[in-house]
Design a protein around this ligand. Structure first.
Ligand SMILES: [Zn+2]
Ligand SMILES: [Zn+2]
Length: 336
């Protein structure tokens, strides 16, 4: 069967290998679609520090069960499944508290172990999330949306809140829509005009502000000087991460979703005066996946996926997805 491996930074290869064999407690899956994520782009670009090569990338997976042994979940061949890519240990303190998303020994498919850029894959039964009535493309965007759903759950978002989402990449866009579905009004902020346009026109953000247009003042105007009761950073950019606090109301929550490699500096009196709840949001749990699945039909999946290629054409197209002018929101690779 065919698979695509990232051999070294900047180099993919389309190769052949024998089909994997079904083992106990596992399922053999046919991969239908693989969504391309920032993680995949970074791994290919070589700026994922802990990354080891060669690696089969891909963790946003829409698949179908080909074979599965006895299992107590009633999953059978032909079932459509999403794969939970965050493989947790079940033993550590985080897992014991149900926070499998930040397991101390977490392994992510497509990052620490081989992922889904292959025609067939064998995965543990307990990582399967069966779905009904979703297209393969919808299935493959559940994982990136679940990242946003987890961030909203961290903030215990309530209907009627006015929130700010900084960063209109795929994670930020998902956050915007899911926050609205939860009953919040959303102010989107970004430094790229075309992304803001997309956030407003396609996703339906209530307000879209460019960073150059004095967004602090404009958030104040929109909120009657209250500012936003929750702010979500989906940029991972140091400067954005440090200034996001300026959009936050007194008593608000600041949720860091995007990841920067640097130290962040906050003026203590400033964050103290607001009694800031500062929290990080990492990965997602089964509950977040299920929440997204329940609301997926309200999400404009079709326009969210901006680029589609067959796996035989992925390598030739991948470089272009790293370029901002391509305006990629979500690229989708077809493994049929
Ligand atoms: Zn992803
Ligand atoms: Zn654990």
């Amino acid at each position: 069967m065919k698979y695509i491996v990232c051999e070294t930074p900047g180099k993919f290869a389309l190769k052949d290998k024998p089909k994997p064999e079904l083992t106990d407690g596992h399922a053999l899956l046919k991969i239908h679609k693989v969504g391309i994520c920032g993680t995949d782009l970074h791994a290919y670009a070589g700026n994922q520090a802990f990354f080891q090569y060669p690696r089969i990338l891909g963790h946003e997976l829409a698949a179908e069960v080909i074979a599965i042994g006895e299992n107590d979940r009633g999953i059978k061949p032909g079932d459509q499944v999403i794969v939970m890519p965050y493989v947790s240990c079940g033993d550590c303190i985080a897992c014991r508290k149900g926070k499998t998303n930040c397991c101390a020994n977490i392994r992510v498919l497509g990052v620490h172990a081989d992922g889904g850029m292959q025609e067939e894959i064998v995965v543990r039964n307990d990582l399967l999330i069966p779905v009904d009535g979703l297209t393969h493309e919808e299935m493959a965007i559940v994982e990136p949306l679940a990242i946003g759903a987890h961030a909203l759950r961290r903030a215990s978002l309530k209907p009627g809140e006015i929130v700010v989402v900084v960063g209109c990449g795929p994670i930020g866009l998902g956050l915007i829509k899911l926050a609205q579905i939860s009953g919040a009004r959303v102010i989107a902020i970004d430094a790229v005009a075309s992304r803001l346009q997309f956030a407003k026109d396609v996703i339906g953000a209530d307000h879209a502000l460019h960073v150059s247009e004095d967004p602090v003042k404009r958030v104040a105007g929109i909120t009657d000087d209250d500012m936003a009761t929750a702010v979500f950073d989906a940029t991972g950019n140091k400067k954005a991460l440090e200034s996001g606090i300026d959009y936050m109301a007194h008593g608000g929550r600041y949720v860091l979703v995007g990841l920067s490699k640097e130290d962040l500096v906050y003026n203590h009196p400033k964050i103290h005066a607001k009694e800031t709840t500062l929290m990080c949001s990492r990965n997602a749990t089964f509950e977040d996946f299920e929440n997204v699945i329940a609301h997926l039909k309200e999400f404009p999946a079709d326009s969210f996926i901006t680029h589609r290629v067959h796996y035989t054409e992925m390598i030739g197209n991948f470089d272009s997805w790293l370029k901002p002018e391509t305006n990629v929101v979500k690229a989708m690779v077809d493994f049929n």
